[in-house]
Design a binder for this molecule. Sequence first.
Ligand SMILES: [Zn+2]
Length: 77
Amino acid sequence: MSFRCPTCDATRYASVTVTRPNGTVYRSSLFTCEGCSAVFTDPARYSRPPPSGSQESLERRGWESRRTLEARSRSGR
Ligand SMILES: [Zn+2]
């Protein structure tokens, strides 16, 4: 499984265990990043997508151009 933390780039995570006052250990359904101790529920969804994906940059470019157009029409007045 390839996991990469989007915050600190760590590739390791661990499941969160909670020790109860009576000493028993409860394994929760949460996971924690070993690099920055961020807590998440699904490593596959929290993991950073591989950089080969160009979908995000395309989306961002579309958003940027829309913003530029807006600024242009506003300053044109
Ligand atoms: Zn992290």
